[in-house]
Design a binder for this molecule. Structure first.
Ligand SMILES: [Zn+2]
Length: 443
C-alpha cells in the first residue's frame, strides 16, 4: 500500500470537495505511486470533530467502501478501462494537519465554516487524476437513459411517463420551485447513438451551462485542472487559436470535439442498458411488489383470531417492519448480486408478473440502477480548434465516475418524489422524448 509520508503536503493542490470528501491532486512527478493521481480524504463536521476524542478506536480501519464496491462489483459491469484506478493509501495525522494548515484557506468559505479534513483517518483513497492534466476534461452527468415499460404503471401515470422522460419531467418540477430556466437537455438524445441527436444534447447542455453560469450539475468543464466558467470559455481553445474567437465558435468547436468520443465509446450504451434492465418494474411496480410481499407475509404469519388487530397499515417501500425485512446490502451481498446478474446462465425472471420470492432481487437491482442513473462520465479532450480536426480518441478518453452504492432507505423518498414529479407534470405542456432503444413490444 502506498504511503503518503513519501510525499510532502505542499506537493498537493486543492481541487474540489463534496459533502463528505475533499480532493487534492499531486503536482509533482517525483513518485510513481502518486504521479497522475488525486487523493480523496474524508471530512468531518467541525461540531463532531470538537466533541470527539483525539484519536479513534483501536483496531484496523476498514478500506473505504467505494474501493471495494468499484473493484469487486463495478468491474463486473463496466469494462475496467472505463473506470478510474483506485487504491487505498495510508495516512498520518501530522501529515494531514500540515496539509490542512497549508490548504484550508483555498477552500470555499461556506465549506470551511462547516467541516474540515478528518485528521483521525488512517486511510484515504488514491484515484486516477482525470481532470488535472494538460487537457480539457468534460464531466457530464447524463441521468435517466430510458422511458419505462408501461406494464407496471398506473392508469394516471402511464400516458405521461411513457411520453416524457424522467429527467425532463424533473427539470420541469425544479424550474417551477425555483423559477430557474428549464434546460432543453434530454438524456434520451445523448443516449440515442445518433450523431445529430447527440450534437443537440451537447448544445443543450452547453446552453444550460451558459444560462446558469456553470452552476447546473449536468455539465462541468475543466481546463488543466481548473474549473471553467462561461466568461473564461476561451481557455478551452488551443494556443494557436485567436483568443478573440466568437463565443458561438467555441460552442461549435466544443460540440464537434465532444460528439466523436461520445459516439464511439461503448460507455453510454452500457449505462443505458444497465439502467433499463435493472429497473424493470419502475418504482411503481416495485412498490406494488413490496405491498404484495407484505400482505402475503401477514397472511402466512398472523394467527387468524388476531388478524384484524395486528395487520399493520402498509409499510413504506424499503422500510423494515415486523413482516418484511429490507436490510442495506453488505458488500458481499453486492458481490453476489453482480456475480449472479452477470452470469450467462442466470434464471430469467418474468418481469411482467414479479413474484414476492424475488423482492430482494428487485430491490437490489433498483438500487444498482439508481447508481447508474446518478453517475457521471468524464471525457478527456484536446484543446479546441475552431476548424476541427478529428480528436485523438482512445478507450480511456471516457471514464465513469461517482459509482457509489445507494441505500435502501432512499426508496421511500424516491417513491414520493416520483409521485410529485408526475403529479406536477400532469398539468404541463407535455414534451415528447424519444427512446431510441425501447424494445418494440413494450410500447
Ligand atoms: Zn427527455
Amino acid at each position: 500500500m502506498a504511503n503518503i509520508l513519501e510525499t510532502a503536503p505542499h506537493d498537493w493542490k486543492y481541487v474540489s470537495e463534496g459533502g463528505a470528501t475533499i480532493v487534492f491532486s499531486y503536482t509533482r512527478s517525483a513518485h510513481s505511486d502518486f504521479d497522475g493521481m488525486v487523493l480523496r480524504l474524508r471530512k468531518i463536521s467541525l461540531k463532531k470533530s470538537a466533541t470527539e476524542g483525539p484519536d479513534n478506536a483501536c483496531g484496523e480501519e476498514p478500506d473505504d467502501p467505494t474501493i471495494e464496491y468499484q473493484t469487486k462489483c463495478m468491474q463486473g459491469l463496466i469494462p475496467p478501462e472505463h473506470l478510474p484506478r483506485l487504491q487505498t493509501v495510508h495516512l498520518d495525522r501530522s501529515w494531514l494537519e500540515e496539509l490542512s494548515r497549508l490548504h484550508n484557506s483555498t477552500r470555499p468559505e461556506n465549506r470551511r465554516a462547516k467541516d474540515e479534513i478528518d485528521l483521525k483517518r488512517k486511510k484515504g483513497v488514491l484515484a486516477t487524476d482525470l481532470v488535472g492534466g494538460n487537457w480539457l476534461a468534460v464531466e457530464i452527468k447524463p441521468k435517466w437513459a430510458f422511458l419505462p415499460s408501461p406494464i407496471h404503471l398506473s392508469e394516471e401515470t402511464r400516458s405521461i411517463k411513457t411520453q416524457t422522460c424522467r429527467f425532463c419531467m424533473h427539470s420541469h418540477l425544479r424550474a417551477r420551485g425555483s423559477q430557474e430556466e428549464i434546460t432543453n437537455y434530454c438524456p434520451l438524445d445523448l443516449f440515442s447513438g445518433d450523431k445529430t441527436r447527440i450534437l443537440k444534447a451537447i448544445h443543450d447542455l452547453w446552453d444550460a451551462w451558459v444560462a446558469s453560469n456553470a452552476t447546473v450539475n449536468n455539465l462541468k468543464i475543466f481546463a488543466r485542472g481548473k474549473f471553467v466558467t462561461p466568461s473564461e470559455a476561451h481557455v478551452m481553445l488551443s494556443e494557436n487559436e485567436a483568443a478573440g474567437e466568437e463565443f458561438s465558435v467555441i460552442r461549435d468547436a466544443f460540440a464537434s470535439a465532444l460528439v466523436e468520443p461520445l459516439l464511439r465509446t461503448p460507455v453510454l450504451h452500457i449505462l443505458s442498458d444497465l439502467q433499463r434492465d435493472l429497473d424493470a418494474l419502475d418504482i411503481e411496480g416495485l412498490s406494488r411488489l413490496w405491498r404484495l410481499t407484505e400482505s402475503s407475509a401477514i397472511l402466512n404469519q398472523t394467527n387468524p383470531s388476531q388478524a384484524s388487530e395486528s395487520v399493520p397499515t402498509s409499510t413504506p417501500l424499503g422500510v423494515t417492519s415486523r413482516c418484511i425485512q429490507a436490510p442495506d446490502p453488505t458488500i458481499s451481498d453486492w458481490i453476489d448480486f453482480v456475480h449472479n446478474y452477470s452470469s450467462p446462465d442466470k434464471p430469467t425472471l418474468d418481469h411482467s408478473n414479479p413474484s414476492p420470492d424475488h423482492l430482494r432481487y428487485y430491490i437490489l437491482a433498483y438500487l444498482l440502477s439508481a447508481t447508474f442513473k446518478d453517475c457521471s462520465v468524464i471525457v478527456k479532450l484536446d484543446f479546441l480548434q475552431s476548424c476541427t480536426t478529428a480528436s485523438n480518441v482512445t478507450p480511456n478518453s471516457v471514464t465513469v465516475i461517482d459509482l457509489d452504492p445507494k441505500k435502501v432507505d432512499k426508496l421511500k423518498d424516491w417513491e414520493k418524489l416520483d409521485q410529485e414529479i408526475v403529479r406536477t407534470y400532469a398539468s404541463a405542456n407535455k414534451k415528447t422524448c424519444i427512446d431510441a432503444w425501447k424494445s418494440p413490444n413494450t410500447t
